[in-house]
Design a protein around this ligand. Sequence first.
Ligand SMILES: Nc1ncnc2c1ncn2[C@@H]1O[C@H](COP(=O)(O)OP(=O)(O)O)[C@@H](O)[C@H]1O
Ligand SMILES: [Mg+2]
Length: 258
Amino acid sequence: MSLPAQQNTIHIEALRKSYNEQASGDVRYIIKDVNLVIKGGEFFILLGPSGCGKSTLLNIIAGFVSKSGGHLRIDDVEVKEPGKDRAVVFQQADSSLFPWLTVRENVEFGLRMKKTPKPERRRISDSFIGLVGLTGHENKFPKELSGGMKQRVQLARVLAGDPAILLMDEPFGALDAMTRRTMQKELIRIWRETNKTVIFVTHDIQEALLLGQRIGIMSVGPSSNITDIYDNPLSFPRDEASPEFGELYNQIQSHFAR
Ligand SMILES: Nc1ncnc2c1ncn2[C@@H]1O[C@H](COP(=O)(O)OP(=O)(O)O)[C@@H](O)[C@H]1O
Ligand SMILES: [Mg+2]
């Protein structure tokens, strides 16, 4: 079970990252002076142009990439490495699914590693395969699935590990528009059912507004940081044709235009 929602608060203070710290001469910071608090259970969006450092920041939170300075804490604990409280969903499911395993075996992979007994594994995989709408496809292999279905398998596998914090790096960026829309709706449903903290990276304003409770805007790099945070109080499911949605869209778009 996840910890209560009020826990798992992510505190980021004066965070910075350079990939050439050891180099002589000027250090080039990718991100610098990033300050952010994300509350447990929140759906937070990181929005910014391509190359500004969104993946770098997400991978630092995941513990995959080391920070060059500043602090990253989850509740009171400084984070330095990956942990089972966090899991990442990447843009390309292909690179994260094992092609020689079926849908069910892929979803159960982490549970096998943890030596979860078979009946329990089966119960958990059934439940998450159902949650992402793949019941009936359990015995298929990745090559028999569409891009959207593979992305669902990746999501089910991550959810089966029951991380309190879901880190999503443009997870629907490679999907066609209709599949993307379906996945966005399902993600919201899953988030509301499971009460997880979600940090979702996108460069798409509409996607940001459909999903996020708060939207953190990252500036163009180098030395990118979070310059503004917009609240999105609209209730779910959100209607992109509503005047309120359009108003928020224009606000954020004008932010990038200036
Ligand atoms: N491992 C790395 N070594 C050197 N530079 C990197 C590395 N990873 C990313 N960068 C650079 O950091 C910047 C931000 O990249 P990234 O975090 O992937 O941006 P985004 O996800 O916003 O597109 C880019 O200029 C990229 O070239
Ligand atoms: Mg990226």
